[in-house]
Design a binder for this molecule. Sequence first.
Ligand code: PGA
Ligand code: ZN
Length: 430
Amino acid sequence: MPLSTVSDVRAREILDCRGWPTVQVDIYVDGQLQGRADVPAGRSTGLHEACVLTDGDPKRYRGLGVRNAVANVEGPIREAIVGLDVTEQRKIDSELIKLDGTPNKGNLGANAILGASLAIARAGAATANLPLYRYLNPFGHVLPVPLMNFLNGGKLTANELEIQEFILMPIGAESYGHALQITTEINEELRELVVAKYGILATNTGDEGGFATPMKGIWEPLEFLQKAAERAGYKIGFGEDIVFGLDCASSHWHDKDAGLYTLDGVSYERDALIDLYKQVAAKFPLGSVEDPLDEEDFDGFAALTQELPQTQIVGDDLFVTNVERLRIGVEHKAANAMLFKVNQIGSLSEAFDAAEFAYRHGYGVQVSERSGETEDALISDLVVALNGGQIKTGMPVRGERTAKHNRLLQIEEELGSTAIFAGHHFRQPR
Ligand code: PGA
Ligand code: ZN
């Protein structure tokens, strides 16, 4: 038996940062634990994401238990991959996709399949005696610009902000470590500004570590961020230290029947909303906007992409890390970047396929957390392996978020002088 053959597969139900159950998978090679990975979970999910298999038993975790997914890992998945070579990632992933047999992994569960897929990658790296990012790509050397979600809204908090994430991007930093320093300095200024206007309770944080304040609409949060950045001594603008970003997650405040978007009590038709984004971009340098329009509106995305040439337009719920959705996007010229979330599609090989397809068509790739994360920092290795140049992994203030930031610091140190920080080139760092 070669030294990289799967000898056993184990799984268990663990908890994510919301306290909700998720799947952890262990891969054994020659009787030794060599790869472990946790599966993240979304709350603000897209309609077209792969299936998260939950037990539905109201007596356990209000139906959110994942014992069935765990049983699928230790049953049919184990049976399919014991004896296979851990370094044959693509072969293993395609075996699992075939075994499931459905387009959305609804049979075994994308949470079961992805857990195995990611743990296999870790086991492959361990048997090759390499860090994961280098195992996946020995040419990976780009440290990403972090999209820092200072103010949380939408489904990630209990406030009234419809827009989910108000972001600053430290594009002028010299390194990843410097980007973290800039972020924290601005965040402390922001904390003081928020306390002064809304009191101390408004500095409680949302799921991704940004303050969950009672602010409203689109302008006020941006003005707060601008003030905080300036007070911390940073210059705002393309070619400067900081640009803005948004994750609008607009499908969640779009009434599909009426065709209207309602923001702070005002309803907008698609063209009026595009006009509002143009006004925002005229006032604030907008580096990146995610899901500005409904997840089915490829034409609207195309129109906005044309209207805001300086701004990266990212599809999250629009593309769901799925090559087929991305293909439709490319045909429509809708957006120019893809959010990369491994659990939206449910295997590492398919997620890499989507990223490659994006690169081939000149689209950017932004690697992303889910709002439900664990301490597993696997996406930090992925963003470096992909030379993606940009990562969205929350504010550096909660353990499941700092795990990713701290892992990137380790990678930056390991790469030493061969590392480059994507900085102003975050959209096309390669
Ligand atoms: P989710 O939110 O992980 O709950 O989907 C993050 C996002 O929309 O980008
Ligand atoms: Zn999103």
